[in-house]
Ligand binder design. Structure first.
Ligand code: IVH
Length: 707
């Protein structure tokens, strides 16, 4: 640290670039050591000296300021600065409902699943949906040991030091279970938000668009002192891992959390069914404007925790809860232009460029227009929307935001339509590569046929490939990918792993380009090398296949276990009459549309060759199967037949699948177990004929340990 440095005024441009790169990586390493590893390498004073030096060089050479400049990381810390936390129990999101009828349907669905009569009591809690960010607090022996954000639900960011600074979060609990994870929402009140923005503006600091962004920005600070200075609050409403149950009802658990010293929302009520739930919704909606914090709906939860357990989860949401959202916020403005963006899968997406307007406190200047039918005033079935009014450049349009989603256009004011406004002609060729853009039958979307010849598709695919849930290569973000693509250095994912071999010689090429120095280039190569070993789920997701998202990729990884098994199965599944196809569709969460997309990608020569070139560089880690470990029925094919008396078919199927079994509708030589209830007929007989193991419902429940 005592090393003398060239005065900033005397630095050459090259030397400045080098030093900024070095400072960026030095400060990033110091942040990781301090926050993620709890092992600071620099004193506060040394850290500040480096930061000031960085700022001074940037002030003299503003054009050299890096994308990842440490100066910008006070307001919005990079995720990489936080340690990662594996959630012991996944943090889920909620299914949404907008209409009253959907609440009755929610209740009906639950009754049907549980086999409850229409008039059987089924109470629910109803409470505001707080518009903040969720946080999981882990207490061991009554002491707060860890606080983590939701992240992708499975892995969050470690923000323990920051959470400890929040007054509403007790650091110690008395009388709590030995192990307790409390979950809830971090938020900022309106008054505190306004005062914070005023303070920030006065200091020339970053201001926030709304209280939620302010809460998120304040919690996700690398420096806990900054979090401490921000007025964050916390409502507890759920829990993760617990060593003993908190109560036997949702309401009881909320009361218990309150006794332990947590704030819970005072508008939480117990309702005996949809009518009372809707009445409570109306009452909360009425009070919304007078609350000092943002809420965006009401959450209903089945009160009985035993029933919650039986209902369980879909891939990312619980069956026993739903969010009833408030109607969207609206504003009128002028549509100035329609641009077409080409996505990773070639979809041509029309984007509305708007005269900026404030909708619910946020300035909106872009909105999605979905597809050409939507612009023309038709829905996917060809039926009229907006009374059939089309959307034209120059129109006055009504913009709305619902929750966090991208703004949309709800309506057009024909009385204000300019006389010369013409119907919008959707392009029939790709604006990026000129290839034909075609619409397949039954597809609402027009797609560029250029494949990886189309620069937009290739670049979007590459950006997806390096994104956080995919390969997550440090130092290789969207901007760098675009740069390397333009230079012709990276055309497809496998090229990333050849970058050093082809362009790294003496680091000369990178060294001479803007924003790159010897150190950052070698850091990049190291970061790339590190990702040569990678979990299967990430690889599948990174391929960016249509309809195959992160959750589905992980399901596939868990199901097939290894890359070889997955790839072999995808090729074999091309035959839709074969067992590989049945097996693929048998995965809970994989439907025919996704299955076809997978199979098609592996059947296309060019795509498959590109995937093979990539895989040749990788060591793909087999997926663990934590959910079904120790399960007596994992991998077995089970058939339920006859009447089940202790659970419904849907519940039986979901529980069996959660234990790793495959549930099939017909008995064959490949069936392992047939569970037969009263009235079972031909399937039971067939099982006997084939010598398949046969049991009744009680024996099945005993086998899976749920008797
Ligand atoms: S319950 C397993 N209750 O909404 C269900 N969530 O859209 C766990 N949220 O990730 C969530 N207020 O961040 C629940 N009263 C409330 C909530 C709430 C806000 C958030 C939470 C969740 C998101 C889902």
């Amino acid at each position: 640290m005592s090393k003398s440095r060239t005065a900033v005024e005397d630095l050459s441009e090259d030397a400045a670039r080098e030093e900024l790169a070095a400072l960026a990586s030095q400060l990033a390493a110091a942040n990781t050591a301090y926050h993620a590893e709890d092992a600071p390498e620099l004193s506060d004073a040394e850290y500040d000296t480096l930061k000031r030096r960085n700022a001074a060089i940037e002030a003299r050479f503003p054009e050299l300021k890096r994308e990842d400049s440490p100066s910008d990381q006070v307001g919005a810390a990079p995720a990489d600065g936080f340690g990662k936390v594996n959630h012991a129990v996944r943090m889920l999101s909620l299914g949404n409902a907008f209409e009253a009828e959907e609440i009755a349907e929610f209740d009906t669905r639950i009754r049907r699943y549980l086999g409850l009569a229409d008039d059987a009591p089924l109470p629910y809690t109803a409470e505001p949906k707080i518009d903040g960010l969720s946080l999981s607090l882990r207490y061991e022996g009554g002491t707060l040991m860890q606080a983590a954000t939701r992240g992708d639900g499975a892995v969050g960011e470690n923000v323990t030091a920051n959470a400890r600074t929040i007054d509403d979060i007790p650091v110690t609990l008395s009388g709590a279970p030995e192990m307790l994870e409390v979950r809830g929402e971090v938020y900022m009140s309106h008054a505190d938000f306004q005062a914070l923005n005023a303070r920030q503006a006065e200091r020339g600091g970053k201001t926030f668009a709304n209280p939620r962004n302010a809460a998120a920005g304040s919690l996700r600070q690398l420096d806990p002192q900054i979090t401490k200075s921000r007025p964050l609050r916390f409502f507890a409403y759920a829990w993760g891992e617990v060593s003993e149950p908190l109560a036997d009802s949702q309401m009881g658990a909320i009361r218990r959390l309150e006794e332990l010293g947590f704030q819970t929302n005072p508008l939480t009520a117990l309702c005996d069914g949809p009518t009372e739930m809707l009445a409570h919704y109306a009452s909360i909606e009425e009070q919304r404007a007078t609350l000092d914090y943002d809420i965006d709906g009401v959450v209903y939860k089945v009160d009985d925790l035993d029933l919650q357990r039986r209902l369980g989860f879909r891939s990312t949401t619980p069956r026993w809860a739903i969010a009833h959202k408030f109607p969207a916020e609206l504003a009128w403005t002028r549509l100035e232009a329609i641009d077409i963006q080409v996505g990773r899968t070639g979809a041509l997406s029309p984007v509305a460029r708007l005269l900026p307007v404030t909708v619910g406190g946020v300035v909106v200047s872009n909105a999605t227009l979905h597809n050409e039918d939507y612009i023309a005033g038709r829905d996917a079935k060809g039926e009229a929307i907006r009374d059939g009014k089309d959307i034209r450049v120059g129109d006055w349009v009504q913009v709305y935001r619902a929750g966090d989603v991208i703004p949309k256009i709800a309506d057009v004011d024909l009385s204000k339509r300019p006389e010369d406004a013409k119907p919008y002609a959707f392009p029939a060729t790709c604006p990026e590569c000129g290839s034909d853009a075609i619409r397949e039958e039954g597809d609402a979307v027009r797609r560029c046929t250029g494949g990886i010849v189309c620069p937009a598709q290739a670049v979007e695919k590459l950006k997806h490939f390096v994104s956080r849930a995919a390969f997550d290569i440090e130092g290789l973000g969207a901007k760098q990918v675009e740069q390397f693509y333009r230079d012709g250095w990276i055309k497809e994912p496998s090229d990333i792993f050849d970058l050093e071999k082809n362009y790294g010689a003496g680091l000369q090429q990178l060294k001479n380009r803007e924003g790159w120095g010897e150190k950052s280039a070698s850091n990049l190569f190291a970061a790339i090398a590190e990702k040569r070993t990678i979990p299967l789920g990430r690889v599948i997701f990174a391929l960016g296949l249509r309809h195959v998202g992160e959750a589905a990729s992980n399901l596939l990884a868990r199901h097939y276990g290894t890359w070889d098994a997955f790839e072999t199965a995808m090729r074999a599944a091309a035959d839709e009459t074969g067992t590989a196809w049945d097996d693929l569709l048998g995965i809970d969460g994989v439907g025919a549309v996704m299955a076809r997309s997978l199979v098609t990608s592996f059947a296309q020569e060019a795509e498959r060759a590109s995937i093979e070139r990539l895989v040749a560089h990788l060591t793909i880690q087999a997926a663990a199967r934590p959910d079904t470990e120790g399960s007596p029925v994992a991998g077995k094919t089970v058939v339920f037949t006859g009447t089940l008396e202790r659970m419904t078919r849907a519940e039986a199927k979901a529980r069996a699948e959660a234990l790793g079994a495959k549930v099939s509708g017909s008995v064959s030589a490949r069936t392992d177990i047939v569970v037969a209830g009263p009235g079972a007929g031909s399937k039971e007989k067939k099982a006997r004929d084939l010598g398949v193991e046969l049991m009744d419902e009680d024996a099945w429940l005993a086998l899976i340990g749920q008797a």
